[in-house]
Design a protein around this ligand. Structure first.
Ligand code: AN7
Length: 365
């Protein structure tokens, strides 16, 4: 069967009609990948799965929401879209806008977005405005601008973004034949995704397509953890630039997802994120960006605190956790190069190469 995008796949659950002209890049239907090595290292009764959202068309989960937001912007007659972004939203918005024939404007914090994301917004023809400020300030600006100008705001405060992103939950449940995971693990920045996933699980449960609901486990970076600390962070800091957000727009909805699901929102340090980032790549062969690793770091943290010890699985005899790997590792090559071993540079002869790879002593005459 020809692969289609999330609006076609889940049309009956989304606010579209027969006559809606759908703007899609065939996003969604991303794979669930088992993580046996990580599972073994984390907890004896836990099976960890990755949902690799980095395999979406622009390399992040944002495409699920952007197909809806841009489709509706076009339907409502807008000629341009605008967003504030730590990078991935700008990449996605500019790609979908290009496809729809709309102009796009993206506001990003100067110097704090990963290279791959910046290159995407640029090549798709967005007007890229770097502000001398952070994401929260950029969001305030685009909110103000769209109040007075006919430009569609495509940040996750746009309800269509949440509608599109909830399809991730449908896919997970469908892949597990109607069983939601016991734990849904994800990084939290502006808190749109945790809101969307919880909405998706609840709707699927109400439609009797999911037999159970997961506990939502969200993780913020310690230097950008407003929800955990209970107050906005004026100068958020973390090397996981995607979640460098101090005043999330969907704060209340994220707390609701946490509380209704019996889950938690906790924080992890940059060192913990970095360790998880390397571990995923080195032990499971899956390369996700630093923000995505915050979820894995959180899973490891709570497991070490004994969180899973008294939990029971919904079905079967093992606990199941799905971790959303929100963005591809290639988005942020600088972070990978900094986190990993430097390449060896040697003369172009066999002895030098053998020495570098530890296969023999150098030959001396
Ligand atoms: C890889 O692109 O906010 O909690 O402007 O890029 O739904 O905000 C990105 C967020 C996690 C957090 N992982 O999701 C943006 C932006 C990655 C991300 C998040 C983001 P939300």
């Amino acid at each position: 069967m020809l692969h289609c995008g999330v609006i076609e796949r889940y049309r009956e659950h989304l606010p579209v009609t027969e006559s809606t002209h759908v703007i899609s890049l065939n996003e969604g239907s991303t794979p669930l990948i088992s993580a046996p090595n990580l599972s073994k290292a984390i907890h004896p009764r836990l099976d960890v799965w990755f949902k690799f959202e980095g395999l979406n068309p622009t390399g992040s989960f944002k495409d699920r929401g952007m197909t809806m937001a841009v489709t509706k912007a076009l339907e409502e007659g807008f000629k341009a879209v605008i967003c504030a972004s730590t990078g991935n939203t700008s990449a996605s918005a500019s790609a979908y806008a290009a496809r729809a024939g709309l102009k796009s404007v993206v506001l990003i914090p100067e110097g704090k977005i990963a290279l791959g994301k910046l290159s995407q917004a640029m090549i798709h023809g967005a007007i890229v405005v770097q502000i001398k400020g952070n994401f929260d300030q950029a969001l305030q600006l685009v909110r103000a601008i769209t109040e007075n100008h006919p430009i569609a705001l495509v940040n996750s405060i746009n309800p269509y973004r949440i509608e599109g992103q909830k399809t991730g939950a449908f896919e997970i449940v469908d892949d597990f034949d109607g069983r939601a995971p016991d734990f849904h693990v994800l990084p939290v920045g502006n808190a749109g995704n945790i809101t969307a996933y919880w909405k998706g699980y609840r709707e699927y449960n109400e439609a009797e397509k999911a037999r159970n609901l997961p506990r939502m486990l969200g993780f913020q970076a310690a230097g950008a953890a407003p929800i955990v600390l209970g107050k906005p962070v004026k100068h958020p800091q973390t090397f996981a630039t995607a979640i460098r957000i101090g005043n999330p727009a969907s704060w209340a909805a994220a707390e609701k997802a946490r509380d209704e699901s019996g889950g938690l929102i906790d924080m992890v340090t940059d060192d913990e994120i970095r360790a998880a980032y390397k571990m995923m790549a080195a032990t499971e062969g899956v390369f996700a960006e630093p923000a995505s690793a915050a979820g894995i770091a959180g899973l490891i943290k709570v497991a070490q605190q004994g969180y899973f010890d008294d939990k029971e699985p919904f079905g079967g005899d093992r606990l199941r956790a799905v971790c959303i790997l929100t963005g591809h590792g290639l988005k942020d090559p600088d972070s990978a190069i900094k986190a990993a071993e430097e390449p060896h540079t040697v003369e172009a002869n066999e002895d030098a190469v053998l020495e570098a790879i530890g296969l023999c002593e150098p030959v001396t005459v």
